[in-house]
Design a protein. Structure first.
Length: 468
């Protein structure tokens, strides 16, 4: 609901509204004071009691709005309509100056948050490129830097873009220098964001952002750090952020995105192309050291470690046919567990926490779906049955959930730079729940990335930077 009939607030805005569940009443004046805009706000931004002020301009296409904001009760808002609720988002600065993007992609849906890793810049920009929303910030030099990460929100071609204020009373909240800009298509520059998603709240927190290509996080067994690959190497970073530290992998300097830790955290399995120009599996100390070759034949792509630490599970091609294989963690004879359909693929094996099942993805029905099988190859079962393409199922350490990566029905393989979703499937069966929608794919969540307490998991998202 809205009450949007006052006089125009003046350039650059076109309209002024009170939005929320109880929008009636007078519009406290939007005013200028020594170059600042002052916007009152009398109620909360979200929820059944929402009541907030919104000044806006109706815009179309790829566009941004920048302003200098205080911390707290004012933010840059984009909305599908002036009705509440509707698909919408707001970019704001929380106490401490950290940018946060709050989104709601449909009426009645869960509110989600994307929390940036950087803080301290008060000039913030909300960007809309197609269905993707993202943020950038600028410091004293005026140069814009993407905070990393994006959220897919279904919005119409024409939207309401402006500034909202809430919980600040009649005295209002001030903001400065609102500037609308058209955005050109992606510049070709890519920002990668290493993120953590909290399952209970759907809050996404960016740990690290970089324009270097990174992929496939693993979570350390003590919960303190993440391991990811980039440029053929492995790196470790604190879950609190900071500078990544390289892990010594000896001669193996062409590591791909299939790597992961042993159950006790002492070893890490890697898949590397250095020796034979095809992926082979090696094991080395997780702190770094000399790799020990495990698979004699390639290509072999590691994906799972049995809970007792004795067995590795992987995808491999043998005699022209892909399938799921296992091998003793110390090396030895491999065992074929599944065989893909002719010309097809079985991929991404990961053990259930009790070791009773191996989950994997297979296109044996014509579409990529999640399956599971006993480690001895018996009791093959299909798990997902939808119209999407589902990849890389990872059971949670507590055995309650299975997280998977979902592409649209029209996508073949698991390419990068696509519209994807992360979904959680109840391990006992049922419908999957959408956890996040973003730009990603290959490298997002190829390997196990759950936190040891099963409350969070890590992933990588990608963003093609627009040009203002």
């Amino acid at each position: 609901m809205s009450d949007s009939t006052p006089t125009s607030p003046g350039e650059p805005f076109e309209g002024h509204a009170i939005l929320g569940s109880n929008p009636s009443g007078e519009h406290p004046a939007l005013r200028r004071d020594a170059g600042r805009w002052i916007l009152p706000g009398s109620g909360p931004l979200w929820g059944a009691d929402a009541r907030f002020q919104f000044v806006w301009k109706k815009v179309s296409g790829d566009v941004s709005l920048a302003a200098t904001l205080p911390e707290g009760e004012v933010g840059l808002m984009i909305r599908a309509s002036l009705d509440a609720p509707c698909p919408s988002a707001v970019a704001l600065l929380v106490p401490g100056g950290r940018p946060v993007l709050q989104t709601c992609d449909s009426p009645g849906a869960d509110r989600r948050e994307l929390v940036a890793s950087t803080a301290g810049h008060r000039r913030i920009r909300l960007e809309r490129c197609g269905d993707y929303l993202s943020m950038s910030t600028a410091g004293a030099n005026g140069a814009w830097e993407a905070t990393g990460g994006s959220v897919r929100v279904p919005l119409p071609e024409s939207v309401y873009l402006g500034v909202a204020a809430w919980d600040c009373g009649a005295s209002g909240a001030g903001f400065e220098e609102p500037v609308y800009s058209a955005l050109a298509p992606g510049s070709g520059r890519m920002v990668c964001a290493l993120e953590i998603l909290e399952l209970a709240t759907l809050r996404r927190s960016i740990v690290y952002r970089t324009e270097q290509h990174i992929e496939a996080p693993n979570w350390s067994r003590d919960g303190a750090s993440l391991i990811f690959n980039g440029g053929g190497r492995l790196y470790r970073i604190s879950t609190d952020g900071g500078a990544p530290q390289p892990i010594d992998t000896g001669f193996a300097t062409r590591c791909n995105n299939d790597h992961g830790l042993s159950p006790d955290g002492s070893l890490i399995a890697i898949s590397d192309h250095t020796e034979e120009d095809r992926s082979l599996i090696y094991v080395l100390p997780s702190a770094g050291g000399a790799p020990r070759r495990i698979t004699r034949n390639g290509p072999s792509y590691w994906h799972g470690w049995s809970p007792d630490g004795r067995t590795l599970a992987y995808c491999a091609q043998r005699d022209g046919a892909f399938g799921i294989f296992t091998i003793p963690a110390g090396g030895g004879e491999e065992t074929r567990v599944t065989t893909a359909a002719p010309g097809g693929l079985d991929d991404g094996p990961d053990y259930s926490p009790n070791g009773a099942w191996i989950y994997f993805n297979s296109d044996r029905t014509g579409r990529m779906q999640i399956w599971r099988v006993r480690p001895d190859g018996s009791e093959l079962e299909q798990v997902t049955f939808d119209d999407a393409n589902n990849w890389f199922a990872h059971p949670s350490p507590d055995g309650r959930h299975v997280v998977l990566l979902t592409y649209g029905a029209d996508v073949t393989g698991h390419p990068p730079n696509k519209d994807v979703s992360l979904r959680a499937l109840p391990a006992v069966g049922g419908n999957p729940r959408v956890l996040a929608r973003f730009f990603g794919g290959q490298g997002t969540i190829n390997v196990p990335s759950w936190s040891p307490d099963a409350k969070r998991f890590a992933f990588v998202s990608y963003q093609l930077l627009p040009t203002a």
